[in-house]
Write a new protein. Structure first.
Length: 161
């Protein structure tokens, strides 16, 4: 049986990023995440391993919290039996969200019933509320690479950091 989890509040500067975190966050993503935290509050705690003391989920939230100069952030300490279990959790937490699909058509329909809204607060990259209704896409168009930017002249690709 799992232990009950308790949320503690920590100063962001006292948290340690996991050296094996392979998920990267662009400047634009952190900017958007900070905007979401500022608007809605800190809704998802950062998860720290009791085994290593490193963050295993919430690296982006930590960076956004530092950007906002928050004094404290919510943290849950998670126990792991060994480093392999900790690593599996770290990677799976980063990867599992890629398996989901947003139904953008349904979200656009939902927004018809909601008053004026800053669509950036939905967190959807490249989302336009007023795109043509005939666009039945359920997910944003996939880019051919993992980069946010591409030079139109030389095709060099990069991420904002």
């Amino acid at each position: 049986m799992d232990k009950q989890m308790t949320v503690k509040y920590m100063e962001p500067r006292n948290l340690k990023e996991h050296p094996k975190n392979r998920n990267t966050h662009t400047r634009n993503q952190i900017k958007r995440l900070a905007k979401l935290i500022q608007d809605q509050g800190f809704r998802v705690p950062i998860i720290v391993s009791e085994l290593s003391g490193f963050i295993v989920a919430g690296h982006g939230r930590l960076v956004a919290a530092k950007r906002l100069k928050l004094e404290n952030v919510p943290v849950i300490y998670q126990s792991f039996d060994n480093e392999d279990e900790e690593y599996k959790f770290l990677v799976a937490d980063n990867a599992i969200a890629q398996w989901s699909e947003l139904n953008l058509t349904a979200i656009r329909d939902d927004l018809k019933d909601i008053g004026p809204l800053d669509t950036e607060l939905l967190g959807i990259k490249g989302f336009e509320k007023n795109e043509l209704a005939s666009n039945k896409s359920t997910v944003p168009k996939k880019k051919s690479s993992n980069f946010d930017n591409k030079c139109p002249k030389c095709s060099h690709e990069w991420n904002d950091k």
